[in-house]
Ligand binder design. Structure first.
Ligand code: TMP
Length: 203
């Protein structure tokens, strides 16, 4: 394992992943370690433009257009990511697993097509470790209610998010060594400590 790993934070809306990635960034900064942190969709200037387009509440693209837009956003990031690959720690808020979980397990897009396009974009760029944040159905409903009008995806029902979360878990369970499942129903400070402890073993 490289000491400049690529670390991903995944999970459905309201699962706490963005809080945890920010906390890790703060920790690395304190330790004066070089890192970059991006989110997907988004990250680079062009990707942020695509993010606005995809997540705009007025957009109603079909599911294949959606897939291609997420991949277009990734395509705009990949050059920058490859530039820093193995030179800096890379933290990403959502990546390839989100595409499989949302577009395949959520929307039913052909998984082979998704994998083919991702492999084409990523080539030798490899993820080292993923923190998957999960929430109980009850907390999922409560947290989604709080987020109601944030983006186009926030209006999907809890069944959709259950399918997406199940998808994330299927992916993680296939490669247990490379995933840590973070139970977001537990105390946030406790989870912060679990994550930082694991981060220290990755560096
Ligand atoms: P977030 O960045 O605020 O979590 O929201 C991004 C939304 O984009 C979220 O609903 C998940 C969705 N998404 C996909 O459907 N496929 C993808 O490949 C990615 C990266 C995100």
């Amino acid at each position: 394992m490289s000491n400049k790993p690529v670390i991903i934070f995944e999970g459905i809306e309201g699962s706490g992943k963005s809080h945890h990635i920010s906390n890790v960034a703060k920790y690395l900064k304190k330790k004066k370690l070089k890192f970059i942190k991006i989110r997907e969709p988004g990250g680079s200037l062009n990707s942020e433009k695509i993010r606005k387009l995809i997540l705009n509440k007025k957009s109603d693209f079909n599911k294949i257009t959606d897939l291609l837009l997420y991949l277009a956003s990734r395509s705009e990031n990949i050059k920058q990511l490859k530039k820093h690959y193995k030179k800096k720690i890379i933290l990403i808020d959502r990546f390839v697993d989100s595409t499989i979980a949302y577009q395949h397990y959520g929307f039913g897009v052909n998984i082979k097509l998704i994998k083919f396009l991702n492999d084409f974009l990523l080539k030798d760029f490899k993820v080292d470790y993923t923190f998957l944040n999960i929430v109980s159905k009850k907390n999922m409903i409560n947290r989604l209610k709080l987020r109601k009008s944030l983006n186009r995806y926030d209006k999907f029902n809890s069944k959709f998010y259950e399918n997406v979360q199940r998808g994330f878990l299927l992916i993680a369970n296939k490669k247990k060594r490379k995933y840590k499942i973070i139970n977001s129903n537990l105390d946030i400070k406790l989870n912060q400590n679990i994550i930082i402890k694991k981060i220290n073993t990755l560096l």
